[in-house]
Design a protein around this ligand. Structure first.
Ligand code: OXD
Ligand code: MN
Length: 641
């Protein structure tokens, strides 16, 4: 056994019936008095001791999650040059971090699923055998925290005490990660107290991989060229090395709440999804909840904070990135947002596009890789229509509008508490979750995918989710603009074989059908362009019109016209009143070219073939139904031609 192996006697993954205390009403505050040393759970203590022996930090700090502690960490980060405090008169208690230029996005190539069998990771994940990964990690982590502090970060994903909530303990040598975890999760003593009472917990180890020799001057953004983001889904364990970028280092988020949680969800019968959550209220005062999956940087935060332009409609935010869905005691599909903050993409978030997000960021925000204004505030592309005359760009260099390069990194981020959003729903942290009426899938497609289309039923909806494709953005390293299949927007986030994940969704639908009303499933595409490359749909607040049509469908007040891809709004039923949208643009938004449809079906077939025999038969049936609908369309076209 090596230091990386978890001793069997202290396995923190207890049986699921070891539940924390029942919730005490609404949201439980995340801060609580620090636990005395003697009250710390023995298995967490053993984990900390084992990792400290391996990584040899100078000190160990048990994070309590208090405001005083956060303040001290922020001051320390300013003194170290990692953070610059922004002008407190303009942006109170807010900070700017500039990362190392080589540490700006998720590193999918270096992200691994280490299941015993390669087929359990599947063709969409990088796989490495657990022993091999441990053998590669051990020398890297040996002494990796020398000269630094090891922070013990207990956290809860979900409201403390909810039966849907899961717990974790991240060990990290990055104070930037600690303050980020403090915003993104319920971090500190309250979570540790639940673990002490018997809640299961996931261990996560993170090191920036930059040990300091005695007397060595630190750099503002320590990291390492070598990077590993390793997940052990069977052991429910995470190891991350070499990066401090949020998506690689805030392990509660993508690593735990999606990759490890998806494996837990498969075993325990729920869904861990890359979905935003919204509460929609109609002019009649009726409330609906929707969960929506979009690939990274396709406007999830914008939809989560949507201000509908049509009178009487409101959209409130519950979550902007991750949703955990389960069948509640009442048999309804219920969801929680397991996070406590937003780690959003700054560029494109502007006064004219998402005023709510801009208002959310009034203060108490950590910005990473945006530009600095002369007055000590921040700026990024899209914040205002006209850029300031002079800026310091994300690399720390002088910038003017003529510089010919972006001032903010395209994947620059803000980290802010969810409750700071003026649009936050009062039920956002309800321990019971909210009842889901509709599920939305979306992607960024220049052509073919219509503005909105409704699935025929759950299984067709699973086919829609399984075939999401999108033009790649800057959230991960890779070629921007290239089309890639991103099933359920989970391509980089499923912690097990994607084909088994499809099967889990199909199976979940069967359980839903037995117990409750099955939510409707829709697919949207805000990004369709005309032949001149101009967006056909205004997007942003106008997307509320599409939500309005979905609600009309839920209420059986609108009809669909069947197409090969599903049901589209009957002419005249999508509310476009007052919109400057020429008839031909509206038609183009729903136009499906038969050749393009065929090419799409061929592409889906090639994609499905990558899963071999594991692909559920139902998805093959769905594809052949699609092909027959395309054939029928072609026949109608040839008889009417
Ligand atoms: C994110 C992502 O950061 O999806 O949310 O990459
Ligand atoms: Mn995301």
């Amino acid at each position: 056994m090596t230091l990386l192996d978890r001793p069997r006697t202290t396995a923190p993954h207890r049986t699921p019936d070891a539940r924390p205390e029942a919730p005490t009403g609404a949201a439980t505050p995340s801060s609580a008095p620090a636990l005395l040393e003697a009250e710390r759970p023995a298995d967490v203590v053993a984990f900390v001791e084992r990792i400290a022996r391996l990584t040899t930090p100078d000190q160990i700090h048990w994070v309590d999650g208090s405001t005083r502690e956060r303040h001290a960490l922020l001051q320390q980060l300013v003194a170290a040059g990692t953070l610059t405090q922004l002008n407190p008169d303009i942006r109170p208690y807010s900070f700017l971090a500039r990362s190392d230029e080589r540490d700006v996005a998720r590193v999918e190539e270096r992200t691994f699923i280490c299941s015993e069998r390669e087929e359990d990771a599947g063709p969409t994940n990088n796989w490495m055998a657990p022993e091999q990964m441990r053998a590669e990690l051990e020398p890297l982590f040996t002494g990796s925290m020398r000269g630094r502090t090891l922070y013990v970060v207990p956290f809860a994903m979900g409201p403390i005490g909810s039966t849907m909530t899961r717990y974790g303990v991240q060990l990290t040598d990055s104070p930037y990660v600690v303050v980020s975890m403090g915003t993104m999760t319920r971090m500190g003593s309250a979570a540790l107290a639940q673990i002490a009472r018997g809640a299961s917990w996931v261990p996560a180890v993170h090191s920036v991989g930059a040990p300091l020799e005695s007397g060595q001057q630190d750099v503002p953004w320590p990291c390492n060229e070598t990077k590993y983001i390793a997940h052990f889904p069977q052991e429910r364990e995470i190891w991350s090395y070499g990066s401090a970028y949020g998506g690689n280092a805030i392990l509660a988020k993508k690593a735990f709440a999606l990759r490890i949680a998806s494996a837990m969800a498969r075993d325990e019968g729920w869904l861990a999804e890359h979905m935003l959550l919204i509460k929609v209220t109609s002019p009649a005062g009726k409330v609906y909840h929707m969960a929506a999956a979009f690939p990274s940087a396709c406007g999830k935060t914008n939809l989560a904070m949507l201000t509908p332009t049509t009178p009487g409609w409101t959209v409130e935010t519950i979550g902007d990135d991750i949703a955990w869905l389960h069948i509640g005691k009442d048999g309804r599909l219920r969801a929680i947002n397991p996070e406590a903050g937003f780690f959003g993409v700054a560029p494109g978030t502007g006064l004219s596009t998402n005023r709510t997000a801009v208002d959310t960021l009034w203060g108490n925000t950590i910005f990473t890789n945006v530009a600095l204004r002369e007055d000590g505030d921040v700026w990024w592309e899209g914040l205002t229509d006209t850029p300031p005359a002079r800026l310091i760009d994300w690399r720390g260099e002088e910038w003017t509008p003529d510089s010919g390069r972006p001032a903010a990194h395209p994947n620059s981020r803000f980290t802010v508490a969810a409750h700071q959003a003026p649009s936050i729903a009062d039920t956002w942290d309800d321990p019971e979750g909210v009842v889901i009426d509709a599920i939305i899938f979306g992607g960024r497609r220049r052509a073919l995918a219509p503005l909105v289309v409704e699935a025929r039923d759950w299984d067709h909806g699973v086919f829609m989710g399984a075939t999401i494709s999108s033009e790649q953005t800057a959230a991960a390293e890779g070629t921007v603009g290239q089309l890639r299949r991103d099933p359920f927007a989970m391509l980089p986030f499923a912690g097990y074989n994607m084909a088994d994940y499809f099967a889990h969704w199909l199976d979940f639908g069967k359980r839903l059908r037995r117990s409750a009303r099955v939510p409707r499933v829709f697919q949207v595409n805000w990004f369709r362009k005309n032949a001149d490359g101009k967006f056909l749909w205004p997007g942003f607040g106008e997307n509320g019109r599409v939500i309005e049509w979905m609600v009309a469908r839920l209420e059986s007040e609108a009809c669909v016209d069947e197409t090969p891809l599903g049901g589209i709004p009957r002419p005249g039923e999508l509310n476009v009143a007052g919109l400057d949208l020429p008839e031909e643009d509206l038609a183009e938004l729903f136009h499906m070219d038969t050749d393009e449809l065929e090419a799409e079906a061929d592409d889906v077939e090639r994609f499905f073939a990558t899963f071999g025999d594991k692909l559920p038969a139902e998805l093959r049936h769905q594809l052949s139904h699609l092909r027959s609908r395309i054939r029928a369309k072609r026949e109608t076209e040839s008889t009417t031609a």
